[in-house]
Design a protein around this ligand. Sequence first.
Ligand SMILES: Nc1ncnc2c1ncn2[C@@H]1O[C@H](COP(=O)(O)OP(=O)(O)OP(=O)(O)O)[C@@H](O)[C@H]1O
Length: 310
Amino acid sequence: MVAIELSNVTKRYGSETALNGLDLTVQSGEIYGFLGPNGAGKSTTINLILDFIRPTTGEVRVFGLDARAETLEIRNRTGILPEGVETYDRLTGRKHVEFAIESKGADDDPDELLERVGIADAANRKAGGYSKGMAQRLMLATALVGEPDLLILDEPSTGLDPNAAREMREIIREENRRGATVFFSSHILGQVEAICDRVGILRDGHLVAEDTIEGLRDSMPERTRLRVELDRVPDDSAGALEAVQSVDGVSEVSADGTTLVVTCEDRAKSAVLRAIEEYGVTVDDFATDESSLEELFMAYTEGDAQGVRQ
Ligand SMILES: Nc1ncnc2c1ncn2[C@@H]1O[C@H](COP(=O)(O)OP(=O)(O)OP(=O)(O)O)[C@@H](O)[C@H]1O
């Protein structure tokens, strides 16, 4: 079953086009990472899913329901952790959760939820005195109310220290195991890598890539980097460098003493090693660096994004 479906959605704010013909499908039971730099259109997409705003053109459906006509049912089945903290300073943490339980007609135990997000001891304190991380945990507790079918987390790790971010990931996994679909928006790659089944990278209002993390890596063979350790510097080091450079599939070569770093396509690796050994040196060791996700993300979101598509 499809959890979220946007079909050819465009959203304009005056002359500003926030989303430009976006097609997006998230399957039920997925943890989907929605990635993009600031201003790419992530919050706009989430606001459309929840009918806080309406598309200029196109259609949005959640669990087959029309986002505009069946908004209440969608919101009832969804838990939302909005971007930024939205607490009421004068209400206690427990009151926030009680309020969420009441508005959803759910029967959760507020203390259990507060315990689960790690702020049970602050249940009776006013949220105005909470740290940013505690407020974020409180918002997560309210998102979990009523065992939602869909969890929408907009930049969920803002304000969380690494431990708290890890605890949040654990809760997200538990929710997913229970059957919830998770839509996780972020501009921080590490968080998405650690938890998501699939990621979509949004740029200027449309998807520039969508795949598993491994799939995205595989789509960039030119980013493979071979690090070669030689037993000594070849006598004709300039000639050796030139020979490696001219191997088909090699895009870049640099040398630092007995270490050679070669950026090449996967298929060129053994030809590179052979070319080096023809210069009378022995390859002591070699390793392949996979392109870091950070590089991958930057390639998709900066400069000419089309340049990295195969
Ligand atoms: N109410 C609005 N009026 C005018 N322009 C808007 C409005 N809301 C968003 N935009 C514009 O739409 C584009 C997409 O914004 P959006 O907030 O959806 O991006 P985002 O990916 O969520 O960014 P961030 O990571 O900074 O939250 C931006 O260029 C933004 O300036």
